[in-house]
Design a protein around this ligand. Structure first.
Ligand code: DBV
Length: 252
């Protein structure tokens, strides 16, 4: 069992329990992708598998799981709400590279600068953040321009020990996802057209940033080539623009 498989299994089990989960299409050629990397005894298979679902309030729930041996494991898991809800995104970037572990876990705000919004969506997870943060210290340097996309409950950490990932990070991941599903339960659809437009603009801002700055782009290009990588990023990982305008008609 690889490092992040239990995270993926737990997330899917929890969501099956709590959501009316439907399947979401994964473009052909992206469900499973393999490459052989390295030479001689450093040779390894890198396998990337993709998962996707939707629910009545959540437009796309998707995960990319990269498995390439002990020093290359990634689970990137993001939930994009329907455009008629002002819910934050659920964002988890769990990364293990030869240099160590890098963990980003958050409910990423649509309107990071808005105090009322932060109160509505960060206050409910403040307690969970306080529980986990002492064991998962701040991971340091962080792209300045990315800050607007994170909440005050952002867990950003670089654990030295794999055991910390297996225990503390795993616990935090399950707590954050469970708290997110509580927010989803309570969420009411937005009907005001100005508000709907601001949600659409905020989703596009987030999505364009992530697609443009995807830190995995270099890795994917090396493994699977440029064409596959760009199509994976824009056609699956961050697909909202491709899904417009249908996605924007929901609730209207
Ligand atoms: N990151 C993704 C996707 C990945 C992925 C879709 C499927 O958004 C993996 C794979 N993240 C990934 C990898 C690395 C990072 C790093 C492979 C290591 C890159 C490398 O060192 O070569 C949070 N992820 C990071 C970093 C941050 C994040 C801050 C360090 C980047 C750096 O050092 O430049 N998650 C990431 C992020 C946002 C987010 C920037 C912004 C909204 O949600």
């Amino acid at each position: 069992m690889t490092l992040y498989q239990p995270f993926l299994d737990a997330a899917i089990a929890l969501m099956k329990n709590r959501l009316d989960l439907q399947s979401y299409p994964i473009p052909e050629g992206f469900e499973l992708k393999e490459a052989t990397v390295g030479k001689g005894k450093n040779q390894d298979e890198v396998v990337t598998t993709s998962y996707a679902f939707s629910s009545p309030k959540l437009r796309q729930i998707r995960a990319a799981h990269v498995q390439g041996g002990n020093s290359l494991q990634v689970l990137n898991f993001v939930i994009f709400p329907q455009l008629n809800f002002d819910l934050p995104f659920f964002g988890a970037d769990l990364v293990t590279l030869p240099g160590g572990h890098l963990i980003a876990l958050d409910m990423q705000p649509l309107f990071g600068g808005d105090a009322d919004y932060q109160a509505k969506y960060t206050a409910p997870i403040e307690q969970i953040f306080q529980t986990h943060q002492p064991h998962l210290p701040w991971g340091g340097d962080f792209p300045e321009e990315a800050k607007q996309f994170f909440s005050p409950a952002f867990l950003w950490t670089r654990p030295k020990e794999t055991e910390v990932v297996e225990t503390r990070v795993f616990a935090a991941f399950k707590d954050y996802l469970s708290a997110y599903l509580d927010l989803v339960d309570r969420a009411e659809p937005v009907t005001d057209s100005a508000k709907l437009d601001s949600i659409l603009q905020a989703q596009l801002r987030y999505l364009r940033y992530r697609a443009e700055k995807d830190p995995a782009r270099g890795m994917f290009k090396r493994f699977y080539g440029e064409e596959w990588t760009e199509e994976y990023i824009h056609g699956f990982l961050f697909d909202l623009e491709r899904k417009l305008p249908q996605a924007a008609t929901i609730g209207k």
